[in-house]
Design a protein around this ligand. Sequence first.
Ligand code: URA
Length: 231
Amino acid sequence: MSNGEQLNLFDQSEPRRSTPTNIQPELIPTSAKAPIPPGTYKTMETLAAHCQSCHRCELGESRTHAVVGRGHLQAPIMIIGEGPGQNEDETGLPFVGKAGQLLEKILDSVNLDSEQDVYICNIVKCRPPGNRVPATEEIAACKPYLLEQIRLVDPKIILLTGATAVKGLTGDKRGITKIRGTWMEWEGRLSMPILHPAYLLRNPSREQGKPKWLMWQDIQAVRAKLEEMRS
Ligand code: URA
């Protein structure tokens, strides 16, 4: 099938294709070269249904579930992680393992509700085997879905957890410890790189200057910025 033909399959003018229950797996673009233009998806539901049948990269071969996102579809804050792990692959939900439980505590510490204030997703939607870092081509193949998620949720603030999320969205290759906690602008949106919760699990000290203490500074800054934007 040519790229043009694959692209046409995203045409949602026919109701048959805009309802997830009617998604026909054989009609999902299998080539990462087939673009997914901005505005392709009218709803997250349709995007999620396409992801479940997606084979734009090899991660689609080994996944149990594509892990699209969770949280509020109009949340002011979007949190972007690296990619699903085993728990996420099994449940189809992002950040539900140990790192996810810590993320919940971090949000809770500043009264951010993960179902109201936040939408959580990942750079790649399918689990890289063995939890390896997703490859550049896998990130590129999945990126149109992420861009559509950002367009649909339209968050005020984007938090990028860890270096892969920063590089995957913005292309910035700087080390996460150098740039965490700094406000950056990406495509006119306010974003902040933060440490990955899995990194905090490996570095549990709360001492001043250590990762957990740094995260506490950063999440307070995020909370303060949200209040400032709301007032
Ligand atoms: N780590 C991530 O980056 N994303 C998840 O969904 C889970 C763990």
